[in-house]
Design a binder for this molecule. Sequence first.
Ligand SMILES: NC(=O)c1ccc[n+]([C@@H]2O[C@H](COP(=O)([O-])OP(=O)(O)OC[C@H]3O[C@@H](n4cnc5c(N)ncnc54)[C@H](OP(=O)(O)O)[C@@H]3O)[C@@H](O)[C@H]2O)c1
Length: 342
Amino acid sequence: MSDLMERWETPGFGVSNLKKVTRSRPVPGYGEILIRVEAVSLNYRDTEVLESRMYLEPEFPFTPASDMFGTVIETGEGVTRFAVGDQAVSMCITNWIDGEALDWSVAPPLGGTIPGILAQYVVLPADWCVHAPKSLTAIEASTLPIAALTAWMAVCELAPSRSDQTVLIQGTGGVSLFAAQFGLAAGANVIVTTSSDQKAEQLRKLGVKADNIIDRSITPDWPAAVMELTDGRGADNIVEVVGGENIRKSLDAVRQGGRIALIGFMESYDMSMSILPVLGKRVTIEGISVGPRRAMEDMIRAIDRHKIKPVIDRVYDFDEVPAAFQHLNSGPFGKVVIKVAS
Ligand SMILES: NC(=O)c1ccc[n+]([C@@H]2O[C@H](COP(=O)([O-])OP(=O)(O)OC[C@H]3O[C@@H](n4cnc5c(N)ncnc54)[C@H](OP(=O)(O)O)[C@@H]3O)[C@@H](O)[C@H]2O)c1
């Protein structure tokens, strides 16, 4: 095996500065594992980090992305959780094993403030990885660390979905489709908003009831449609991935005593709303920032048991990273993945 490998990195901010470079293959130290990366999935936030819109101060040269599937090919001293040949999936929020979330300074996000994993080989502390699901391919398993775990926290862990509840999902990106799949698996009434006929058709194929799909381009007043679909009650749990003014609509659509999982900022990092409906409806608004390793392991068990298949919009080759980032910005239906090796 060569001592050299290829990795995508940039000396400064800007997706356009990403270059594929040749570097020495890293060597695992105490408690670390060397992984041959097979697939990396991209997330909306990867562009935000690279374009300096999240006000993070990454270490340069910087390698983007946090979500990968790979095979362990060497273990450092002291590693007990993994053996050579095991298949591993990375965690985005490092060091958050369970319990209360840690400060960013002790649990820095991979591909956020510390360099990520868009490389042929990576060395990671074994504690930052979990065993991959048995039922998924490499491409599918690479999509779990951010999108699936965030959705799991929103609709299964922090507010477990029940069959007498309505979960409202906004859009059909990575987080939203996992939230829809988890909500459906839990037997909840799942309503999804989308932006086109074609995506509505794909949602139907995924198992969302045709009547529960709201096309925002035809029905801009989607909160009214949610009210109608829930006999005037509103949604129990809303997966809010948009931010900005959208939170006002989420407040219109939530039920008395309901909950909004605050996740995304696709419209804006600032939220604008009146406090009155929050008080009047006694709404719980909960900020979510991915999740701990224990929740990831719970989720992987559920994915294996329920045979939940991640929705992949498109797979790119390792040489096509700029095109993959472009696609990511075009509003994908599900996940955009880079195949690193097979
Ligand atoms: N807090 C966390 O831990 C966490 C974790 C993951 C992601 N996020 C954030 O959550 C957001 C979504 O992330 P993602 O990775 O799922 O993104 P993504 O895969 O890029 O989502 C793209 C989809 O979002 C939908 N969308 C775009 N603008 C919309 C709008 N104004 N209203 C409703 N839907 C809209 C579109 O679906 P339709 O065309 O079907 O509407 C689009 O296809 C991002 O802001 C991301 O940074 C946060």
